[in-house]
Design a protein around this ligand. Structure first.
Ligand SMILES: Nc1ncnc2c1ncn2[C@@H]1O[C@H](COP(=O)(O)OP(=O)(O)O)[C@@H](O)[C@H]1O
Ligand SMILES: [Mg+2]
Length: 337
């Protein structure tokens, strides 16, 4: 196990900073996720930790040791990519053992670790199969196993679930979380999927344009997003944003007000502190449903209580408790207080 520290890490490609002055402490045994939209610099950050990219400036420390000049194989790190190519002509067992062979481990040690991985990942009975004889989830587990048998201090995972179908992705999420509980290896995980980040992580770092905007537990970021971007990126359906002057409890044109769909309620009679709108469509997502309300500021989504059937095209008022409002500075986008 190990801690990883990034200090003022910058990686430029020509004059574009893919990673822009990033500082981050990943704690020993922690599951930390870098989350942000495509192109924000997640993979480049991870590849720099792995030693696959040379930082333009800044430093990377693993367990206090500066590793900038260490080649990847000396960093005690394993990485699993989205396209986790297994060797197609090799059995599960040989795929798992491959890295150990390169590391010149003896046959006994090799067999022991392969057995450990097979049991850990629920691959018993599949040892002699070829990758093409496995399901997508099993293949992904072999890819994970291949990384884990090397007993890395740090495991780096770059969108490892994105090639799986939606259902399997959810199952592998749970499996990954359980796996981390068992092995407690420090994990740095990369995804553009905020729901995946929320469910898996001990802490997450929200990235945009090469920078980290906020680091915190999923709960902290959801409840107190540091700026408009984090507020809108984390949570689904996303937070609603309204100009401050249109929200009766705020009445301030220098403020952007954020309200989560679950913090709004609906009144069919006039409420002074409410925002007027007209019901548009209802969206049902299984146990939850969301009503989209047409207001002068565009569509606002509201989470409906289970017994609340609202007809379409009805005038109504949207209300929220003042303490549930998120206030952001209109010019900087930063959270106020
Ligand atoms: N080898 C490269 N050469 C030039 N530009 C690159 C290279 N790798 C990444 N980039 C650019 O750096 C930015 C960040 O990329 P990346 O780290 O892959 O983002 P993410 O993983 O968050 O989608 C993007 O604008 C991407 O086009
Ligand atoms: Mg990427």
């Amino acid at each position: 196990m190990a801690e990883v520290r990034l200090k003022d890490l910058t990686k430029k490609f020509k004059d574009v900073a893919a990673v822009d002055n990033v500082s981050l402490n990943v704690r020993d045994g922690e599951f930390l996720t870098l989350v942000g939209p495509s192109g924000c610099g997640k993979s480049t950050t991870l590849r720099a930790v792995a030693g696959l990219e040379n930082p333009t400036s800044g430093n990377i420390f693993i367990d206090g040791e500066r590793v900038n000049d260490l080649p990847p194989q000396k960093r005690h790190i394993s990485m699993v990519f989205q396209s986790y190519a297994l060797f197609p002509h090799m059995t599960v067992e040989s795929n798992l053992a491959f890295g150990l062979k390169i590391k010149k481990k003896g046959p006994e040690e090799k067999a022991k670790r392969v057995k450990w991985a097979v049991e850990l990942l629920g691959l018993s009975g599949f040892e002699k199969r070829l990758p093409k004889e496995l399901s997508g989830g099993q293949r992904q587990r072999v890819a994970l196993g291949r990384a884990l048998v090397l007993e890395p201090k740090v495991l780096l995972l770059d969108e490892p679930l994105s090639n799986l179908d939606a259902k399997l992705r959810l199952r592998m999420r749970t499996e990954l979380k359980r796996l981390h509980k068992k092995i407690k290896t420090t994990i740095i995980y990369v995804t553009h999927d905020q729901a995946e980040a929320m469910t898996l992580s001990d802490r997450m770092a929200v990235m945009k344009d090469g920078r980290i905007l906020q680091v915190g537990t999923p709960g902290q970021i959801y409840e107190k997003p540091a700026d408009v971007f984090c507020a809108g990126f984390i949570g689904s359906p996303p937070m609603n944003f309204l100009p401050g002057e249109k929200v009766p409890q705020v009445k301030d044109k220098n403020v952007v007000v954020g309200i989560r769909p679950e913090d709004l309620s609906i009144s069919l009679s006039r409420i002074d502190a409410g925002i007027w709108g007209r019901s548009s469509v209802t969206e049902t997502l299984g146990s939850d449903s969301y009503l989209h309300v047409d207001t002068s500021e565009g569509l606002v989504s509201v989470r409906l209580k289970s017994d609340q059937g609202i007809l379409e095209d009805k005038p109504l008022w949207l209300v929220s408790h003042k303490e549930k409002l998120h206030l952001f500075d209109k010019s900087t986008g930063r959270r106020i207080t």
